[in-house]
Write a protein of this length. Structure first.
Lengths: 478, 478
C-alpha cells in the first residue's frame, strides 16, 4: 500500500503561486535533477524541483523559501563539472530552463539581452544572423545554458583570444535571497557607477542570488580560420612553443594541447592515423582574416619548427581545419572509452605548462593510473582526466588521490585549483587552501551580507558560516 | 603667540609605527593633499597625511585607525575628477605615492606586479622594453598612479579596442579596514576559484580597502598606427559613422569625437587651421598593423564619406598621426582657456551618441553656457565640459544646473552617470538615482561586511549606512 503524506506547507504555497506543473515532488522525477556531470560528486535528494517561467515566479520562490527557511539550489541544464548544482537534501532545486527567451539582439549597441535558460548555442545562433558572435564556448555549448555559464564564469576554447564569460557581462537582473530584485550593470560599454556587482555574481555558483536576466556584449563575427597542427617528441618542446607564442605577441584564436595518452585514445576511437609516438599534439587557429591569419599561423609554424616539431601542418581550408580540430574535440569522448573519468581543471601560468604536463605524467606513474591531459595551452588551463573503473575500490581511492595530487601540483606551480569549471561541491577544501583564511572570511562576510539565512546553494564553493550551517542541519534533521 | 597642542594619541602611535617623516600634520602641508582635480567638489581638512612605504605600514595605519575610530581616505597622485580622494574632516589622508615599485615584469606570463604608487606612464615605460603594453591610458597617464586607476577603474582613449582597468587586473593585495591583508586573484590568465573579489575592489574608490599591490595583465605592443580625421556638418552624420563602425564590425584602436565648441577652442589655442564651421571632428586610429590597419582605416574613411563628411584625411605617418591626435588631446586645455571647467562623464549606448550631442547643445543654449563636448565616441563615453567664471554666482548656479541636466540627459538615453571618472563626492545623489534602492542596499550591505565601522573613505560613492554616519559625525563633533 502506498503511503501518501500531505505536502509541506511551502510546497502548497509554491503550487499556489507558480501552478502545479511548475512544482515537481515525485521522487522519480526530481531524482533526474539531482546532479550535474561531475559523476563522482556527492548529491542529495531535492525536496522539490521548481521550474519558474518568469522573474516574478523566482521572486515568489525566494519569498516562500525565506519564509520557511528552505534552501534553494539554482540550476541550468546540468552540464556542470564540479557538482555546483547538485541537490541538497530537503532543498528546492530551482531549474531555470523554462526562462529561455532571447529578449533582444541589438546590432547598434552590439549586445543581447537573454534569460538564463537560453542555451549557449541558441544565443550564438540568434546573433549570427546579424554578423555577431558571443565568444564564450564551453565544450557543452550545444546544451549548457547562459545562466550556468554566468554562474560558473565559463570559458572554453576561445579564451586565449576572447576571454571568459565575465568579460562579456554588461548587466544582470538577480533575485536576491529574500526575493528582492536587483538590477545591476548597464547597456553601455563603459560604466563605473558603484561597485561592480555584476561581476561579483558571475562565478558565484548560485550562492549569492538567482540570475534571471543578463545583458551581454557581443563581438563582430570572427573571420574564416586558418588552422595548424603540430606534434612534438617532448613536453619541453611544447612548453617552449607556448612560451614563445606569449613572448612573441601572437594571439591565436585557439591554441590547444593534448598529451600522448589522449593522442592514442583519439586514434583508437577515430582511426585517424595520428602519430602514436608523439608526446604532445598542438592545434591552433587564427581568425584574424586573410593575410593576417596566414601570417599569424606561419609565424606559429615557424615557432613549432624552431622548437623541433616532428610534424607541422597548416591549412586555410575550413573543412580540413575542422578535421584537425576534431581530434581535440574528441579527446574527452575518447578517454571515456577507457573508463569512468574524473576531469580536473587546473590553470597554471603559461610559462609552467611543460612542468605541469611532466608532473601529471609522474602522478600517473606513481598512482599507477591512466591520466590523459587535454588543455587550453594558450591560457594555461589544463584538464588532466583520470580514467578508471570506479567499481574497484582500490582504483577509486588512487583516482581520488591523483585528483588531489594534480591540484597540489597546480598550486605548487603558482596556479589555481579551477580555471573554468568552478569549485562546486568537489573542491571546497581546496578552495580554502588556495585563497587562505582572510579571503575565506571575506567570502563569508559577503555571503552573510547577501544571504543572511544561508539559503542559496548551501555548502557549495566554501564551507558555511554559522547561519548557513544552521539552515542545512535543520533540514538534514527532518 | 602660537598655540601648540599635543598631537592626538593616534598621531603619536602612527609616528611610532611609521616614523615621523611619514606622518604629516602641518596644516600648510596637509592642505596640499586635501583635494583632487575636481575643482568645485567639496573637500575637508585632513587631520594627518600619512605616506606609507610598505604594506606593513598600511597595516599599522589601519590598525591604529580602527582602534581609534579615525576615518581613512586613500589617495594616489590626486588626478581624480570626482573628488573621490578629497579629504574628510578629521580623517587620515593615506597617500600611496611612496609605494612606487614595479616589482616584476614577466614577459613569459605577460604580466607585471606593481605597487599602487607606480605612475601609469612608469608602468608603460617599464614594460615597453619587453615589447609589452599596459593599455589603460587615462589622459593624466603621465602623473596618475595605478592605485588610483584601480580604485576608479580608469579608462582612456584605448577603451574602444582594449577595455578598461578592470580588464587587466589578475590579482590584488588589499589591506582591509581592520588591518588584515587580503590577497585575491592570481597569476594565471583564467581562474574561477571563489568570488571575483579583485573586481569588487576595482572601482570601489577606496571605500572597501587599501590596494597595496596589483598583478596586471599586459598585451603585446600595438603596431604603428594609421590615423584618420574627418569633419561633419551635423551630429547626425557623426552618430551615423559611429553606429556603422559598430554594426560593420570595425574595431579601431581609437575613435574620438569633439564638437564645434572644442574645434574652435583648439583652433584658437593651436592656430591649427581647423574647419571652424564643422559641427564635429572625428579622429580614429587602427593599430592592426600593415595592410590590415590600412584596410581598416580605409573602410572607416568610406563610412565617413557615405555619411557625408566634409573632409576626410588619412595617414600612415606616425608623426602626422600625432599631429591629428594633438587636436583631440588639446581639447581640455583649450576649453580651460574659456574659464573654469566642470567636466562631466556620461556614457551612453553607442547608438545614442548623436542624440546626446544634440541634447548637450540644447542644454548649453537653455542655460546660456559654453559647453564643449569631447568624448570617446567608440565606446559612448562623453565628456561635456562646462566652461564658466566661478566667481559669478549666477553663472556658477547655471553651470551646476547644466551639469545635472547632462546627467539627466545621459540617464534618459539609457546611459550611466559616470563612464570612467567615478562617483566620488560629486555624484552621490545621482548614483542612488541610477542604481535604485535595492542596489543601494546591496552596496551598503557589502560595505558593512568589509568595513563595519565605516572608516574607509566615508561619504564617498554612496550615502553612509548607520555605522558609517556615526563615525563621521563623531569626528565632525570634535
Amino acid at each position: 500500500m502506498a503511503v501518501t503524506t500531505a505536502p509541506a506547507a511551502w510546497v502548497t504555497e509554491l503550487r499556489d503561486a507558480l501552478g502545479a506543473d511548475s512544482v515537481l515532488t515525485d521522487p522519480d522525477v526530481t531524482a533526474s535533477y539531482a546532479r550535474d556531470q561531475a559523476m563522482l560528486a556527492p548529491a542529495g535528494t531535492p525536496a522539490a524541483v521548481v521550474l519558474p517561467r518568469s522573474t516574478a515566479d523566482v521572486v515568489a520562490v525566494m519569498q516562500v523559501a525565506t519564509r520557511h527557511g528552505v534552501p534553494v539550489v539554482p540550476r541550468g541544464a546540468g552540464s556542470g563539472l564540479a557538482g555546483a548544482s547538485n541537490a541538497v537534501d530537503g532543498a528546492i532545486t530551482l531549474v531555470m530552463t523554462r526562462m529561455d527567451a532571447v529578449l533582444e539582439v541589438s546590432p547598434e549597441d552590439r549586445l543581447a539581452v537573454v534569460q538564463p535558460g537560453v542555451v549557449n548555442k541558441a544565443l550564438r545562433d540568434a546573433v549570427a544572423g546579424a554578423g555577431l558572435f558571443y565568444p564564450p564556448d564551453p565544450s557543452s555549448y550545444d546544451w549548457c545554458t547562459i545562466g550556468g555559464n554566468l554562474s560558473t564564469n565559463s570559458g572554453g576554447l576561445c579564451c586565449v583570444k576572447y576571454g571568459v564569460t565575465t568579460d562579456y557581462v554588461l548587466g544582470l537582473e538577480v533575485v536576491l535571497a529574500d526575493g528582492r530584485v536587483l538590477r545591476t550593470g548597464r547597456r553601455t560599454v563603459k560604466g563605473v557607477a558603484g561597485y561592480d556587482l555584476a561581476r561579483l555574481f558571475v562565478g558565484s555558483e548560485g550562492t549569492l542570488g538567482v540570475i534571471t536576466e543578463a545583458t551581454v556584449a557581443l563581438r563582430p563575427a570572427p573571420q574564416r580560420p586558418v588552422t595548424l597542427a603540430a606534434t612534438f617528441a617532448t613536453t619541453a618542446q611544447t612548453g617552449q612553443v607556448v612560451e614563445r607564442v606569449v613572448t612573441s605577441g601572437l594571439v591565436p584564436s585557439l591554441l590547444e594541447v593534448m598529451d600522448n595518452t589522449c593522442i592514442c585514445a583519439v586514434d583508437d576511437l577515430l582511426k585517424a592515423d595520428l602519430d602514436r609516438t608523439a608526446h604532445a599534439l598542438l592545434v591552433a587557429q587564427s581568425d584574424a582574416g586573410g593575410e593576417a591569419a596566414a601570417a599569424e599561423i606561419e609565424a606559429l609554424a615557424e615557432l613549432c619548427r624552431e622548437a623541433g616539431a616532428d610534424f607541422v601542418h597548416t591549412t586555410d581550408d575550413p573543412a580540413e581545419g575542422d578535421l584537425l580540430l576534431a581530434a581535440r574535440r574528441m579527446a574527452l569522448p575518447a578517454l571515456e572509452q577507457l573508463g569512468s573519468t574524473l576531469i580536473d581543471d587546473v590553470a597554471v601560468p603559461r610559462s609552467r605548462i611543460a612542468a605541469f604536463l611532466d608532473g601529471c605524467d609522474e602522478i600517473a606513474a606513481s598512482r599507477r593510473l591512466t591520466i590523459g591531459v587535454v588543455g587550453h595551452a594558450g591560457d594555461g588551463n589544463m584538464h588532466p582526466t583520470i580514467c578508471f573503473d570506479p567499481t574497484d575500490p582500490d582504483l577509486r581511492e588512487r583516482a581520488f588521490a591523483a585528483f588531489d595530487d594534480i591540484l597540489e601540483l597546480g598550486l605548487g606551480l603558482g596556479g589555481t585549483i579551477t580555471g573554468e569549471h568552478g569549485v562546486g561541491s568537489i573542491k571546497v577544501d581546496w578552495l580554502e587552501r588556495e585563497i587562505g583564511p582572510v579571503a575565506l572570511d571575506v567570502h563569508r562576510a559577503i555571503k552573510d551580507a547577501l544571504d543572511p539565512d544561508g539559503l542559496l546553494n548551501p555548502g557549495k564553493v566554501f564551507r558555511a558560516s554559522v547561519a548557513d550551517l544552521a539552515a542545512v542541519s535543520t533540514l538534514s534533521g527532518r
